[in-house]
Design a protein around this ligand. Structure first.
Ligand SMILES: C[S@@+](CC[C@H](N)C(=O)[O-])C[C@H]1O[C@@H](n2cnc3c(N)ncnc32)[C@H](O)[C@@H]1O
Length: 443
């Protein structure tokens, strides 16, 4: 997806979404895992393109929904590297929205910032609206210099070192997006790092990435509460090697005081007593106790044995996304905002096929989000492989088919965007069992 830059030999032009950029060398397209910056290179990981596309769409939704007020929007692309995330906001949001944004890109690495600014000069926003400032500094220092409505934190590894100062510097109403690539810790494989950084434990099972996102949200909400703020999740995504949560930050002591209502435990293979407690706390749909579910959530004050291996948490037990924000993430809208449009005199020399590939990549980045929006508040995330093993039905049912059976029976259910074949539903456990029995492929 790159071409040599004719005007600047030795540089490579690349496009992500609708936005052009310059790099000192071709990006290593196809990498799925984390990559680290090497000396003389600008960090750019094409496998994070979906995260940047969703960032543009979430920014658009947040402006339209009035989450960012009416005046100038002070936005910080906190660990910017190539500068592409902020440059995509400015280029891919409609002009009337971009012109409200005063974005600052921050990085410790001067060379990365130079490339970001060269890119911005070579490929300025189409409508030339919005401001792009830059600061070569430590994010933890820069962030405290003034209040912000939007902060993006996308570190190598854990975001923990950055979240305290960033949350302090949020305006009364704002949005923060936080990535974490320390997935081994958050998903429970590195137990000591998980306890040290996040004060939590996670059972390493097929829900461990969902539990990891919830542990991250719980950590963020506790730090926010210390600064008289509360958080409201908008979107939580497990995408290849990283977890990413996007949430509103709202100033106010009373919501911050209610923190404990949103934090609790997830228990694998719960006992009858635990399922009843979960139902009583409104965390589980009323069901008969003839079949016990694979997991349930419990409030923070439920007495649990802290050595019990079945327990994950403390974690966020509220919704991990917002219905309206997620339903705005349709394929049509993604293409309208971020899909590049073929032009025969394309400055990067792309042919129609390359444009089509990038458009497909834009569409992939929002797959299932909009459909899943209606059930995102449901605490039942069911991985079909686990369900088949739990019920002893052999091959796993297709998530699509089981969702259809549940919907036909009047339940809410949708295929999930989670990284394993799964669905979310608010159905009772007996309805889930019945639907699984009705749809399981013959053994
Ligand atoms: C994972 S990369 C960011 C990727 C980028 N957000 C993107 O979408 O491509 C992390 C960046 O953080 C920078 N960095 C690391 N520690 C920093 C700090 N304390 N303050 C500012 N920048 C920092 C690194 O130089 C690197 O460019």
């Amino acid at each position: 997806m790159t071409s040599r830059d004719e005007m600047h030999p030795g540089r490579v032009s690349h496009r992500e979404g609708r936005t052009g950029m310059l790099l000192p060398e071709s990006p290593e397209v196809g990498i799925r895992g984390p990559i680290m910056k090497e000396a003389g290179r600008v960090f750019y990981n094409p496998s994070m393109s979906g995260s940047r596309t969703r960032s543009v769409l979430l920014f658009r939704h947040s402006i339209e929904a009035g989450l960012l007020g009416k005046g100038t929007i002070y936005a910080l692309d906190g660990l910017t590297a190539s500068g592409l995330r902020a440059r995509r906001w400015l280029n891919e949001l409609p002009g009337e929205m971009a012109q409200r944004i005063s974005a600052t890109i921050v990085d410790l690495d001067g060379e990365s910032l130079e490339w970001a600014l060269k890119s911005h000069e070579r490929y300025p926003p189409n409508h030339s609206k919005g401001k792009l400032g830059h600061s070569q500094s430590d994010l933890r220092v820069e962030v405290l210099s003034s209040g912000r409505h939007w902060i993006d934190i996308d570190p190598y590894g854990s975001p923990v070192p950055f979240i305290d100062t960033a949350l302090q510097s949020m305006a009364r109403n704002g949005v923060m997006e936080v990535s974490a690539t320390d997935t081994a810790a958050l998903t429970g494989s590195s137990k000591t790092a998980l306890m040290r950084r996040y004060g939590a434990r996670v059972l390493t099972d097929s829900l461990s990435h969902d539990s990891g996102m919830r542990v991250l949200l719980a950590t963020l909400s506790r730090v926010a509460a210390r600064h008289d703020r509360s958080i409201v999740p908008l979107l939580s995504v497990w995408d290849s090697h990283h977890l990413r949560v996007s949430f509103r930050v709202i100033k106010g002591v009373s919501a911050a005081n209610n923190l404990e209502e949103s934090i609790g435990w997830r228990v694998f293979s719960p006992s009858k007593e635990e399922v009843v407690a979960s139902m009583d706390a409104g965390m589980y749909p009323k069901s008969s106790l003839d079949f016990l579910p694979m997991h349930c959530m419990l409030p923070l004050n439920f007495p649990l044995d802290m050595k019990d291996q079945r327990v994950s948490g403390p974690l966020w037990i509220g919704s991990i996304g917002d219905d309206e924000a997620m339903s705005s993430m349709t394929e049509e809208r993604a293409l309208e905002s971020c899909g590049p449009v073929f032009s025969p005199d394309d400055p990067l020399g792309w042919d129609e096929k390359r444009f089509e590939m990038e458009r497909k990549s834009v569409v992939r980045s929002v797959r299932n989000f909009s459909k899943e929006s209606g059930v995102i508040a449901s605490r039942h995330l069911i991985v079909v492989d686990d369900l088949a093993a739990w019920l002893g039905t052999g091959a796993p049912p297709s998530p699509r088919k089981i969702v259809q059976v549940l919907k036909d029976a009047g339940n809410s259910a949708e295929v999930s965007s989670y990284g394993r074949p799964s669905f979310r539903t608010d159905s009772s456990w007996e309805d889930v069992v019945e639907a699984a029995m009705a749809t399981h492929p013959p053994m």
